[in-house]
Write a protein that binds this ligand. Structure first.
Ligand code: SF4
Length: 341
């Protein structure tokens, strides 16, 4: 079996605060191959963004403890120095965020910012970097790139700024791109354009992408595999179609129930998950989802609140829940029929 391009093993990201230790990520493992997209989904506070900040080495080192293993193309990142990580960022791995305006400097032209990243990692001249910036703007679909390259971020629309940020992220042909809710602030049409652009660029460059979102509809559009996070842990993972069509965890089921049906009737009422995400300072015992889970009482002996369910993964597919497969088939059936017929 080939070694995955990115391999995360038993990752723990814990923050020290005045009130105690926040276990933001608590034993997470996954793999990602080149040219594939992994969608990480969960509510805010589930640990998805924290995981990716740790991969990029952008966590606050003064109060954050990392444990476990992050191997990027064989290079261990948990123990890497800040200098080594800086060399990898923008070059081998890159990121795009939700808010392009906050990520771009208002004082420098778009071209200067794209060119600066390129120069830093390649040692190119200013002239070469400008030419590269024009080429990248053309690739991400900015009209008149040789003119727009000298404009400032405030002269670009929201969708164009997002494209410019993608151009900046991809200027050194990174092999891993982390996209954290990159389309959330955009209107639906521009969202669709940006998603198509990312898919085209992935085909062209063979980039591995981690796509972070709270929206399973976005996952349905872009991901090959899905990892569902709750309370700092993975509760379910697998190929996108399997997870979306036949969820094996009550939390995934809840997420699907709180969004419009992917291909079923449009008049199925939405049912948000009751309650709020758990505190990671004092997380619930046993299964962290148990205070919100509609099925906890179906598991005998109070195991849901007493015992952490193991994540059993076979051929990349797994879920962490005490329900038996027979119980899931029976209990989840009503949901499935309501949403697909
Ligand atoms: Fe619900 Fe229990 Fe499964 Fe957790 S382990 S998801 S509480 S049924």
């Amino acid at each position: 079996m080939s070694t995955p391009f990115l391999s995360v093993r038993d990752l723990k990201v814990h923050f020290s605060t005045e009130d105690g230790v926040v276990k933001a990520v608590d034993g997470l493992s996954f793999d990602l191959e080149k040219g594939k997209t992994l969608g990480i989904v969960g509510e805010s506070g589930s640990g998805k963004s924290v995981t990716n900040m740790a991969i990029l080495g952008l966590h606050d080192r003064r109060n954050t403890a990392l444990d476990g293993e992050i191997l990027l193309d064989g290079k261990e990142l948990v123990t890497a120095t800040e200098r080594e990580l800086e060399q990898l960022r923008g070059n081998k791995m890159s990121m795009i965020f939700q808010d392009a305006l906050a990520s771009l400097s208002p004082y420098h032209t778009i071209g200067a910012q794209i060119g600066e990243t390129y120069r830093k990692h390649t040692g190119a001249s200013k002239k070469e970097a400008r030419a590269r910036a024009v080429e990248m703007l053309r690739r991400v679909g900015i009209p008149q790139p040789d003119v727009r390259v000298d404009e400032y971020p405030h002269q670009f629309s929201g969708g164009m700024r997002q494209r410019a940020m993608i151009a900046m992220a991809l200027v050194c042909d990174p092999e891993l791109l982390i996209a954290d809710e990159p389309t959330t602030a955009l209107d639906v049409t521009v969202q669709a354009q940006i998603m198509d652009l990312l898919k085209d660029l992935q085909q062209e460059f063979g980039t591995a992408i981690i796509f972070i979102t709270h929206d399973l509809g976005v996952i349905a559009d872009v991901a090959d595999d899905v990892l569902v996070m709750y309370g700092g842990r993975c509760v379910e993972r697998g190929a996108k179609n399997e997870v979306l069509r036949a969820p094996q965890h009550p939390y995934t089921l809840g997420l699907l129930g709180s969004m419009p049906s992917l291909d079923g009737p449009v008049d199925v009422p939405l049912s948000p998950i009751p309650g709020s995400p758990p505190s990671l300072l004092n997380p619930p015992s046993g299964c962290r989802f148990h205070p919100r889970c509609a099925f906890a009482e179906k598991v005998e002996g109070g195991r849901c609140s007493a015992e952490r369910p193991a994540l059993e993964v076979v051929d990349g597919r797994g879920s962490a829940c005490h329900l038996t497969s027979g119980q899931k088939r029976e209990l989840f059936a009503d949901y499935a029929s309501a949403r697909t017929h």
